[in-house]
Design a protein around this ligand. Structure first.
Ligand code: TXA
Ligand code: MG
Length: 321
């Protein structure tokens, strides 16, 4: 029973105040009715997530945004026109009715309109906001398939089937909550939609990951996050590979140096950032399950195209070997 395909059944569960894991184009979400505080509390209990961390509210359509947000400036509407439905979350001033359980007690709310057809069908049928973080135990790797969600939670978790997530990394988060008062937009989490994409519409956007930036309360910004249970290290050089390691790479090993070492599990992803991102979490789960002593991840190229991937790899890793 836990994996279902019926939209009306999934929607009825949410209406009844139960949790439902559902697919999006980024990662699977662990959803609850965003207007039901008891239901939202179940998300935090299931994930083991601190209760003061805000969760994103998922909506069917841009027209729903005014029901949740106040003071959305024209530039933000342009941003939404351009990139939603899609892998973008905007942090905006909230309407008074938005629950503190959703916002972590803040005066802002994160809103996202996913493009995944199953998520769209669910949201239209549900006709309300679905509060959802990624459907994983707090700090662990986000799920990009129904099977991944199943591996995270007890058997009674209801999961709406939607195949493999096509983007594979969590949404780009832009905090535009102070724009109406003359403040600046801030990039809280890099993603498929790049900083340049956002800057092209909003003008200057402060990058909160810059060293001097004042980092807000967002769990995706904790140093260790999106992490497998096996210790992970970033490497620049395959000479560091030893027996007992699992290796995640985007380039071919030169000659067969690694092949000669016994007991190395080797996994190669495509050397293109979007394709790499799509496969990354499934690969990390597979390597985590391989029983190897440690996971060595080949550091990806520097530069904006690899930015979101590099961010997740850094958070998954203990440190550079
Ligand atoms: O792609 C995604 O965004 C996925 C799918 C399921 O939509 N969701 C996701 O949720 O990654 P989560 O909770 O794992 O990460 C959302 C991030 C958290 O770091 C949270 O703290 C931040 O968004 N966030 C949510 N509301 C916020 C707010 N009002 N102010 C600041 N940060 C906020
Ligand atoms: Mg998450």
């Amino acid at each position: 029973m836990p994996i279902i395909t019926s939209i009306p059944q999934a929607s009825a569960r949410l209406k009844a105040g139960a949790l439902l894991a559902f697919p999006t184009e980024t990662v699977y979400g662990l959803g609850a009715d965003a207007s039901n505080a008891t239901a939202v509390a179940k998300i935090f209990a299931a994930k083991g997530r601190p209760a003061n961390h805000p969760v994103i509210v998922h909506l069917a359509d841009k027209a729903d945004i005014k029901d949740w947000a106040r003071d959305v400036p024209a530039r933000v509407w342009t941003l939404l026109e351009q990139f939603t439905p899609g892998p973008l979350t905007v942090i905006v001033p909230k309407q008074p009715h938005v629950l503190a359980a959703v916002t972590g007690g803040q005066d802002t709310v994160g809103l996202r309109i996913p493009s995944h057809p199953v998520a769209q069908a669910l949201l239209h049928d549900f006709a309300g906001g679905i509060a959802a973080p990624s459907a994983n135990i707090f700090g662990h790797i986000s799920p990009t398939s129904a099977a991944h969600v199943q591996a995270e939670f007890a058997e009674d978790m209801l999961i709406l089937e939607g195949g493999s997530s096509s983007i594979g990394l969590e949404s780009t988060i832009v905090d535009v909550s102070s724009l109406a008062e003359g403040g600046q937009a801030r990039l809280l989490r890099p993603g498929h939609i790049s900083l340049q994409d956002v800057c092209a519409v909003l003008g200057e956007v402060v990058d909160v990951q810059a060293p001097q930036a004042n980092v807000p309360r967002a769990s995706g910004t904790l140093a260790r996050h999106y992490a497998p249970r096996t210790p992970c290290y970033l490497i620049d050089d395959f000479a560091l590979v030893e027996a007992g390691d699992a290796v995640l790479a985007y380039q071919a090993k030169e000659s067969d140096a690694i092949g000669a070492i016994e007991d190395v599990v080797w996994h190669r992803l495509e050397a293109q950032p979007h394709a790499y991102a799509r496969q990354l979490y499934a690969a990390l789960r597979q390597l985590d399950a391989s029983g190897q002593r440690r996971i060595l991840i080949q550091a990806v190229p520097t530069g904006e195209a690899w930015r979101a991937v590099a961010d997740r790899l850094r958070r998954a890793s203990q440190r550079k070997l």
